[in-house]
Design a protein around this ligand. Sequence first.
Ligand code: NAD
Length: 299
Amino acid sequence: MTAHLIDGRAEAERLLAQVKSRIQAFTAWYARRPCLAVILVGDDIASAVYVRAKMRCAVEAGIASIPYYLPENTSEDDLLRLLDDLNDSSIVDGILVQLPLPPHITKDRVLHHIHPEKDVDGFHPVNAGLLATGQPCVVPCTPQGCLQLVHTVRKELMGLHVVVVGRSTIVGRPAAQVFLNADCSVTIIHKDSRDVPGHCRDADILVVAAGHAGLIQRDWVKPGAIVIDVGINRIEGPSGPRIVGDVAYDEVREVAAAITPVPGGVGPMTVATLMENTLFCAETRQRARSTLFLAGAAL
Ligand code: NAD
């Protein structure tokens, strides 16, 4: 068997086209564009590349984006003050703080300071709690993108066994919740789990977010499984550095039914989903404003 290749770039294009037309309708109706503030602290090269890609995509989608490039030595208090201003801003709908942050800044303090309604990454505990209780919320971009990629090859997921490798708060845990909410049975695996290959072999859908190049080998995958590779690892190849996932792609594609490549799989979907989340936040805020206006008019 040679696995069907799940084309993340094509799927991201399809999602972006839909989001773009919804943004046109939003802009025509409210006479303004959704607005995303993007904050980068320091000069990490990979982070700068990701931020540029997100800003470019926002422009293409019709979203106004405001970049904040802050120096590496920005204090945590200064960053929190900027977040206060953006939380209070009437024009900003979404706030994204690019990770990782410099070591002197506490990631959770910063992410928890973003107003949940403007939390386009869906990392705030309020959104995590809503997701965990199966309620409408801002769903983290990467897990949501994983689900949509699975849906390109299989619509009905009820009762399927999903194994998520990784338990981070930004990928593994929300991915488990997303698939649980899609009526799957979910197992979460992490670095302290016993018999990781055995658990993986039991998966109908294997979602891997470990940050470990080539971790998942051919005999760890059940024949016919769907494999979603979230990992982004930079390795040295014979012709220079290259990006690979967490799955040994060439060997696993011989047993899986469908597989995402790296690059060109989950990555583009994450960025497209960020645009959808920005629109979701703008629509939610705008609806809340309209309700307040109508309540005021009725008094
Ligand atoms: P993380 O380091 O916070 O978490 C990694 C998780 O994997 C941990 O829970 C750890 O317990 C588990 N793990 C590590 N080695 C393992 C092993 N040998 N067996 C079982 N579990 C193991 O990383 P993260 O932020 O969740 O990101 C994971 C990977 O996904 C990274 O490569 C990251 O670059 C990538 N990523 C990609 C996207 C995207 O859009 N494609 C988005 C976010 C993260």
